[in-house]
Design a protein around this ligand. Structure first.
Ligand code: PMP
Length: 422
């Protein structure tokens, strides 16, 4: 990296006033050394760090950036709404417009509720599943991320076994394991959580088997429980509907977030008529949940989703990224595993159990202006152009040559090793 003095100074200040210097998934503690923690600008496909270094950004704010940061149409909708009403004593009519827009687009949905984060939506799904028939047990795939509340946060601090007393875990895509978990829950089965595909950190992604997805639907029906698809991460990057439409399965509830407002804070829980009464029984709310500006952004984002070829474009761009990386890996003698949809690329190296090759590769790409993740799925956005991909592949081509040269001296990340050992 050309310069990181501002980033270092900010980290020192942050260490005094922010626990651990930073927290949550945007802490760079686990990222390779040299990854900047602070950014001052995001525009289109690019982010600029506190020292003025610019990167083509393949993390897209960990999802929200779907159309390009500051998409002009969405920016206009935001500015226009800011002049009238945002957070106030009651919601604006936009909440009805947005609920109608989403119910109109998402096949399984008859109603919508809005909130702020994906974790709000998954928490509401959990509560509605339990309120539906007054049952307690909920099935969740092992290692699947559904948010950072006591019932689902991936790290143990501050969490009691009691917080998870009624969760039963099973292996994703394993129909028998799902059946066994449902048997264990018996008459107390309230709901089944499903990720659209397996997108756990540090592991290859896998698409859902049709048979498994259909079994989840059948089991939910047999036990009179609710099926929930958590589309917070994958939503609108697989199709213009709930992601499990791709395997012909309609859930009772689906959780949405991230892309909904193209970066404005808004998330949603959608449901069908079967779940409607239970949804009226729970009390959930938040000071900002009814704010109109993010809803204006979401309405405009929905319009772009319906009316543009954003998805087909991202797919073509994602394919050329994947193909380019695959060719470079082969010509430099590396085995690469690229899994999941091309719009949500996951890139992991063969023979790299402690991720040292992946870390070295991402570090070398970062130096050349491309921001990649060595352990998390990445995200395509619709502002990406062929020339962005060409620039990216130029950088990654040089990064492969770097790690080919330095392979023997690459070291595992101390922070990652500590996490694995903990
Ligand atoms: N579910 C999934 C599948 C997610 O990927 C995320 C966020 N990474 C969440 C839920 C939680 O969303 P948020 O961080 O907005 O609370």
């Amino acid at each position: 990296m050309a310069n990181n003095s501002q980033d270092r100074a900010l980290r020192e200040r942050a260490a005094q006033v922010i626990p651990g210097g930073m927290y949550g998934h945007q802490s760079t503690a686990l990222m390779p050394d040299g990854f900047p923690q602070f950014f001052t600008k995001a525009e289109g496909t690019r982010i600029t760090d506190a020292d003025g270094n610019q990167y083509i950004d393949y993390m897209c704010a960990y999802g929200p950036n779907l159309m390009g940061y500051h998409h002009p149409d969405i920016a206009r909708a935001i500015s226009a709404q800011q002049t009238s009403i945002d957070a106030a004593t009651g919601p604006s009519p936009l909440i009805v417009d947005l609920a109608e827009a989403m119910v109109g687009m998402i096949s399984h949905a008859d109603w919508a509720m809005f909130c702020k984060n994906g974790g709000d939506a998954t928490m509401m799904a959990l509560m509605i599943a339990r309120a539906y028939r007054g049952k307690r047990k909920v099935l969740v795939a092992k290692n699947a991320y559904h948010g950072a509340m006591p019932w689902n946060t991936p790290r143990p601090g501050g969490v009691l076994p009691e917080d998870r007393a009624h969760l039963i875990y099973f292996d994703y895509n394993d129909t028998q394991a799902l059946e066994d978990a449902a048997n264990e829950a018996g008459n107390d089965l309230a709901g089944i959580f499903a990720a659209p595909f397996r997108h756990d950190t540090f592991t290859d992604q896998s698409m859902p088997d049709r048979e498994y997805a259909q079994a989840a639907r059948r089991i939910a029906d047999e036990y009179d429980a609710l099926l929930v698809v958590d589309d917070v991460r994958a939503g609108f990057r697989m199709c213009r509907d709930c992601s499990w439409e791709t395997v012909g399965v309609r859930p009772d509830l689906s959780a949405w977030g991230k892309v909904l407002g193209n970066g404005q804070p808004i998330s949603a829980l959608l449901g069908n008529d079967r779940a409607r009464e239970a949804a009226t029984k729970i009390f959930v709310t938040g000071s900002y949940w009814f704010a109109a500006v993010p809803m204006a952004a979401a309405l405009e984002t929905m319009r772009l989703i319906r009316e543009t070829d954003y998805l087909e474009h991202m797919t073509v761009i994602g394919q050329s990224f994947r193909k380019g990386l695959a060719e470079q890996a082969v010509s430099n003698g590396f085995g690469l595993r690229q899994t999941g949809p091309v719009t949500l690329p996951m890139v992991l190296f063969e023979d790299d159990p402690d991720f040292r090759i992946g870390y070295g590769f991402c570090q070398a790409a970062l130096k050349r202006g491309v921001y990649l993740s060595p352990y998390h799925n990445m995200f395509m956005n619709a502002a990406m152009t062929r020339s962005d991909i060409a620039l990216t592949l130029e950088a990654t081509g040089a990064a492969f040559e770097d790690i080919k040269r330095s392979r023997a001296s690459l070291k595992p990340s101390a922070a990652l090793t500590a996490l694995i050992d903990a």
